[in-house]
Design a protein around this ligand. Structure first.
Ligand code: ADP
Ligand code: MG
Length: 240
């Protein structure tokens, strides 16, 4: 599903990714952990070309996105992205937020898009909120709407960039619960998070990024119970 080879990303003299090789199989849940500023978001953002690689190749679903001939709009339709700060349209209702991309980009008819939006609101446990204003929602509810909105495009893969980092602690569990359910249903997922409990429980594989490189990768048991890399060990001592 994802095949990243020798990915380098620099901003001028700031070398953010220093040769990353990263693969994700269909139905796999990969959790990326690592210190702040290590390049996790940049790696995620290059997967849908929100960032242009300096060098290296990124193949998504068999399509080489570094090839200028690749239709990125088509590729992006199959990649759902959920950000720390939701990025919902505050002037639209919950339902309108979820329907927007299917109607505008996929030309789905409005009734079908509305039915689907209601089904997705059930999935994220917000069935009563179709007509609600975005401003009236809590952070945890907004994030679940953002997940529903991403799912409305029927993506093959979902990317999550610290989806619970901006939430009050009591809201974190509801969002993680929805993500866990998605994982259980076989969604291919790449999740950047500091929620080590989620990583342990839900990840098929955990990847440790530090200073622009993947320093270790393995099962949750490998990473949390038998870490080899010294920097991973010291990172875990700080966060666990
Ligand atoms: P993380 O998500 O692991 O905290 P990031 O990928 O956001 O790390 O950032 C890694 C490094 O890249 C940081 O040093 C950051 O300042 C730098 N960086 C990220 N985006 C940009 C940008 N658009 N321009 C310049 N530097 C950037
Ligand atoms: Mg980040």
């Amino acid at each position: 599903m994802v095949d990243v080879k020798d990915l380098v990303k620099s901003y001028g003299s700031n070398h953010v990714l220093k040769g990353v090789n990263f693969q994700v199989e269909k139905n796999e849940v990969v959790v990326i952990i690592g210190p702040s500023g290590s390049g996790k978001s940049t790696l995620l953002r290059t997967l849908n070309k929100l960032e242009e690689p300096t060098s290296g190749s990124v193949v998504i679903d068999g399509k080489d996105i570094s090839d200028p001939k690749t239709d990125m709009n088509k590729v992006r339709e199959n990649i759902g992205m959920v950000f720390q700060h939701f990025n919902l349209f505050n002037n639209l209702s919950v339902g309108q937020n979820i329907m927007l991309a299917p109607v505008e980009l996929k030309r789905e008819n409005k009734e079908e898009a509305a039915d689907q939006a209601k089904r997705l609101l059930d999935v994220v446990n917000l069935s009563q909120k179709f007509d609600a204003k975005v401003q009236s929602l809590s952070g945890g509810q907004k994030q679940r709407v953002a997940i529903a909105r991403a799912l409305a495009m029927k993506p093959d893969i979902m990317l999550f960039d610290e989806p619970t980092s901006a939430l009050d602690p009591e809201m974190v569990g509801d969002v993680l619960q929805v993500m866990k359910q998605l994982a259980k249903e076989g969604m291919t997922m790449v999740v950047v998070t500091h929620e080590m409990g989620f990583a342990r429980e839900v990840a098929d594989r955990v990847v440790f990024v530090d200073d622009g490189k993947i320093l270790e990768s393995g099962t949750p048991d490998d990473i949390f119970n038998h870490p080899k890399n010294a920097r991973l060990r010291s990172f875990l001592e700080k966060v666990l």
